[in-house]
Design a binder for this molecule. Structure first.
Ligand code: SF4
Ligand code: SF4
Length: 69
């Protein structure tokens, strides 16, 4: 099982991860973080492959990908 953790208060809403996720599992939130920016959210129902592209592309290292048994 794959779990994605996004540091929403650190996210600047650049949407790079949204554009790079091959499965379209990351979306812009209508909510604002502490910086007053729209952060991104992971689709918990989605079938994440754990490809790490979102974590690698984020310029601010906001995304962590965990694999569990
Ligand atoms: S690990 Fe890959 S499939 Fe999963 S959310 Fe990130 S980019 Fe998308
Ligand atoms: S790439 Fe990083 S900073 Fe940009 S929207 Fe995604 S999580 Fe936020």
């Amino acid at each position: 099982m794959i779990k994605i953790k996004i540091d929403q208060d650190k996210c600047k809403g650049c949407l790079l991860c949204v554009n790079f996720c091959p499965r379209g599992l990351i979306k812009k939130s209508p909510k604002l973080n502490k910086q007053g920016l729209n952060f991104v959210e992971f689709d918990l129902q989605g079938d994440c492959s754990g490809c790490l592209q979102c974590a690698v592309i984020c310029p601010d290292c906001c995304i962590e990908v965990y694999k569990s048994e």
